[in-house]
Design a protein around this ligand. Structure first.
Ligand SMILES: [Fe+2]
Length: 227
């Protein structure tokens, strides 16, 4: 399998390209609109079947619509995203295929009510649900600390120890982790931290209002279609 991790500096967003070398079918997870040229370069010789958004982002504009227009790819979103622009609306346990590889959806709400993680072999793409030594904030877009705790414990921490965690962001240059590492050392909700402690922590983070939310959210609600 072809695997490539891209980094968009302004929002510290990771985008992932996965492709089957035999069928030349590809997907992009969380592509960012301003980075489309990089993706098109990397996709030369491949057919982009799907763009998979882990959620409706508040910090950058998705490239789903641009890529749909340029490559004919289908935009995949969670059914609870409350947007009408998605070509495929997934729930928990859906399977998409690129060549011989299966992409399984895990419904992992909490950062927002429509977060999806994608499991491909021994790799899990967690968006803003589980980050490296952290997790997404839970104070907007119908977020819920209680829901996030349950999603991470019941859907992610029960994956095999060696599963590689690829997050939606990292602000310290780290590119990947493992389920074992996060379950045992994640300072927000690993190492057996109780749900009550986690909710208390998340409800008192006192984070600033997201800078891009008023720009990014309305555009992402139409899959990144800009007038
Ligand atoms: Fe997010």
């Amino acid at each position: 399998m072809l695997f490539k991790q891209f980094f968009e500096e302004k929002s510290s967003t990771y985008t992932y390209l996965l492709a089957c070398e035999t069928t030349k079918q590809a997907v992009l997870i969380d592509p960012v609109a301003c980075e489309v040229e990089k993706y098109l370069q990397a996709l030369k010789g491949y057919t982009l079947l799907y763009t998979l958004d882990t959620h409706v982002h508040a910090d950058h504009i998705t490239a789903a619509n641009l890529l749909r227009e340029q490559c004919g790819s289908k935009s995949v979103l969670n059914r609870y995203s409350d947007v009408e622009c998605g070509d495929i609306l997934v729930t928990d346990g859906c399977v998409l295929r690129i060549g011989k590889f299966e992409i399984k959806t895990l419904y992992t709400p909490g950062h927002t009510n429509s977060c999806t993680s994608y499991l491909v072999g021994n790799m899990v793409f967690t968006g803003d649900a589980l980050l490296i030594d952290g997790c997404g904030r839970t104070d907007f877009q119908h977020g819920s600390a209680e829901m996030l705790y349950d999603s991470i414990h019941n859907k992610l921490f029960c994956l095999p120890d060696e599963t590689i965690v690829y997050p939606g962001h990292d602000y310290n240059g780290r590119t990947a982790s493992t389920i074992l590492k996060e379950r045992t050392t994640n300072s927000r909700l690993g190492a057996g931290r109780s749900k009550a402690d986690f909710i208390e922590l998340m409800n008192n983070l006192d984070l600033p209002y997201p800078k891009q939310i008023d720009i990014a959210l309305p555009v992402n609600q139409v899959c990144g279609k800009q007038k």
